[in-house]
Design a protein around this ligand. Structure first.
Ligand code: GLU
Length: 420
């Protein structure tokens, strides 16, 4: 059975992965189904008064995958291609990610199908407030906690926190994570995903004996995650040879200064116009000769069409679901490319979100050094467990990471009974 309303290429990818793992683990059908379907899939209309006086209706979604061990957790994305199926897939990945990293959350994801680059700040504010209002019956600090994702940021979270707080009558910072620090946000949350990616890239390069000379790194996507990973890796001595955004990329053999690129983009220039670098397409970036390739944009970028042309030693999946099932089947056999699977590679974001939530619940805040230290310890533990499990089972690394996450959820469901 396959509910048609979830039908989408990204949902199919998440489902194929899930079926592969439950097959490898030889789980009974009844257990497979219970953990596959989302607990709730919510669709709302978000009417917005536009600046020109017209009213537009945007479709809004939230999928809460399971509520077996704590609230659901996951980002909210604003992107024209958002669908319920995509959001459902991303919610499943959040579940496996949280379970793998030992966070007391189920997975969730939300989205509004809109192009945030075409909306004014006040239109975005009205859209965010109305979406939050529509979600109020379904969210809460112990029910579902949102965070930024593609197309949303700290300001989006501030509007959500304010809308929810006005509804209950007092400030509730723990309703969202990824807020501005002076509204109860955590130190390091903004760069947390990038810090985690950089940590795991270095850790993996070390284990492959690649740390003798500067790593040559290509990054697809220069948003919140890609840019932060680039800055951190550059600080560690790596050469960032190429970066890109939706319009294309820039390449410099001798290495780019990512802080200078970020500053250039922030001043309103197009990334592809960055001076003293060669323009390249996204496809060229993905197939560059490099030590580390970091897809940090959207889903399904490494496909059966380009996977055989990859020339990296490490594929660090900073985006969620950047590799299709067909491409992954090829990577699985190709032992010279070492994959850091998405649910581990980009987990730094939700790990620091968890720290933010804990700090908000206690109204007791930690220093930047404490947050970084705890982040690295939590990532190291997850990385270590994946390596151990891989050795024990002989599974491919993505399968090992997914199997660890999935079995923990199935176990929790069995212990509780049928309700969650
Ligand atoms: N959107 C991020 C992710 O995909 C972070 C989610 C969160 O912090 O809750 O992992």
């Amino acid at each position: 059975m396959f509910p048609e309303f979830l039908e989408s290429p990204t949902y199919q990818l998440a489902r194929q992965q899930y079926e592969r793992i439950t097959g490898l683990l030889d789980l009974p059908q009844s257990e497979r189904e219970r953990t596959l379907w989302p607990r709730r899939a919510i669709v709302v209309s978000v009417p917005v008064r536009m600046d020109n006086g017209a009213t537009r209706i945007f479709p809004g979604y939230r999928v809460q995958h399971h509520l077996s061990v704590g609230p659901t957790k996951g980002g909210l994305r604003y992107h024209p291609d958002v669908t319920l199926g995509e959001v459902a897939a991303l919610a499943m990945w959040m579940s496996w990610k949280c379970a793998l990293c030992g966070l007391p959350y189920g997975g969730a994801k939300g989205g509004v199908a809109c192009d945030p680059t075409q909306l004014s700040r006040s239109e975005l504010e009205r859209l965010t407030r109305r979406y939050t209002q529509e979600m109020i019956p379904f969210i809460g600090p112990h029910v579902d906690v949102m965070a930024p994702d593609l197309g949303t940021d700290e300001q989006t979270m501030a509007w959500m926190m304010d809308t929810y707080s006005m509804h209950v009558g007092h400030p509730v910072p723990q309703i969202v994570t990824g807020k501005p620090v002076n509204l109860g946000g955590s130190a390091c949350r903004r760069e947390a995903t990038g810090l985690g990616v950089a940590y795991l890239v270095n850790r993996t390069a070390e284990s492959l004996g690649l740390s003798g000379r500067p790593l040559r790194i290509a990054i697809q996507g220069f948003g919140k995650v890609g840019a932060a990973a680039a800055v951190q890796l550059h600080r560690f001595g790596a050469k960032i040879i190429a970066v890109s955004d939706v319009h294309g990329g820039v390449f410099r053999q001798g290495g780019l200064d990512p802080a200078a690129v970020a500053d250039f983009v922030q001043r309103g220039h197009r990334l592809v116009d960055f001076p003293d670098a060669d323009r390249i397409t996204n496809d060229e970036l993905l197939t560059l000769d490099c030590d580390v390739l970091i897809p940090a944009a959207i889903e399904r970028q490494i496909t059966e069409h380009n996977v055989r042309r990859l020339r990296c030693r490490i594929l660090a999946e900073a985006a969620n679901g950047p590799t299709t099932a067909e491409a992954d089947a090829i990577l699985r056999e190709q032992t010279d490319i070492h994959v850091i699977p998405d649910i581990l590679c980009n987990a730094g974001g939700v790990i620091v979100s968890y720290f933010e939530w804990v700090q908000d619940l206690q109204s007791f805040f930690w220093s930047e050094a404490e947050v970084r230290d705890r982040l690295y310890r939590q990532l190291e533990a997850a990385h270590h467990q994946v390596q151990q499990y891989r050795k024990k089972t002989g599974f491919y690394i993505r399968d090992a990471a997914l199997a660890l996450g999935i079995t923990r959820i199935i176990e929790a469901k069995k212990l509780r009974g049928l309700f969650p």
